[in-house]
Design a binder for this molecule. Structure first.
Ligand code: SAH
Length: 216
């Protein structure tokens, strides 16, 4: 998601109590997320959260789970920050960072669930390793997830989804379930729609979803 540049976005994030864009500060949180939130609640993260509505909705519904939203663009992250300014949910935090560096910020077994929603497709073969469902990323998820942790991935992009199904298996993970048409019978119970999802569903595009856990 590229949005119009927001002047001063970086400074706004640097000063926000619920966000960080400072690599050193982020690295210090590794292994200390429970201390940060002040409880032992499970930690769920969304990588590429965009404007953050999905994450904020879940966080409001589930006060006993802590949520960290990751987004690489400051101008996008400040949209989520503005929602949090209104809602002030104590179980939410935002990181402006590149997902490749996940293992600098989360320790082994620190994360219980990873959400990937409408991730960038990187259609060129030579960019395959940048896709958030490439084997390189399953390897990173392996390093931060609890043993029975789950990755939940939604996309409208069928080639990316087919690639992802292959990569899950190649990485030695297992699928709990997958579908090529999540909304076939309407929005399923418990499914929180993201900004992209609402747009694609209204255009009649099928949404694919997979849920995976690692082989032990
Ligand atoms: N999840 C939102 C936005 C989808 S667009 C929704 O479903 O509505 C994908 C988002 O992921 C964009 O905002 C993009 O900037 C972010 N993103 C893509 N690759 C990323 C990466 N490697 N690290 C962090 N954020 C990333």
């Amino acid at each position: 998601m590229r949005l119009r540049n927001v002047p001063g976005a970086r400074e706004m994030i640097a000063q926000d109590p619920y966000s960080s864009n400072d690599e050193d500060q982020q690295a210090m949180m590794k292994g200390h997320w429970q201390e940060h939130f002040g409880d032992q609640a499970p930690l769920h993260i969304e990588i590429g959260m965009g404007k953050g509505r999905f994450l904020m909705t879940l966080a409001a519904m589930n006060p006993d789970i802590n949520y960290v939203g990751i987004e690489k663009y400051s101008s996008v992250l400040v949209r989520a920050m503005r929602k949090q300014e209104q809602e002030q949910l104590s179980n939410v935090y935002f990181l402006r960072m590149e997902a490749e560096n996940l293992t600098d910020v989360f320790d082994r077994g620190e994360v219980s669930r990873i959400y990937l929603n409408f991730s960038d497709p990187w259609p060129k073969d030579r960019h395959a390793k940048r896709r958030l469902t490439s084997r390189q990323f399953w390897d990173r998820y392996n390093q931060i997830l609890v043993p029975d942790g789950r990755v939940i991935f939604k996309t409208d992009n069928r080639p990316l989804f087919d690639f992802s199904l292959e990569e899950v298996r190649a990485a030695g993970w297992e699928l709990d379930e997958y579908t090529f048409d999540l909304h076939e019978q309407g929005n399923p119970p418990g499914n929180i729609m993201t900004e992209y999802e609402e747009k694609f569903v209204s255009e009649g595009k099928p949404i694919c979803r997979l849920i995976a856990h690692r082989n032990r």
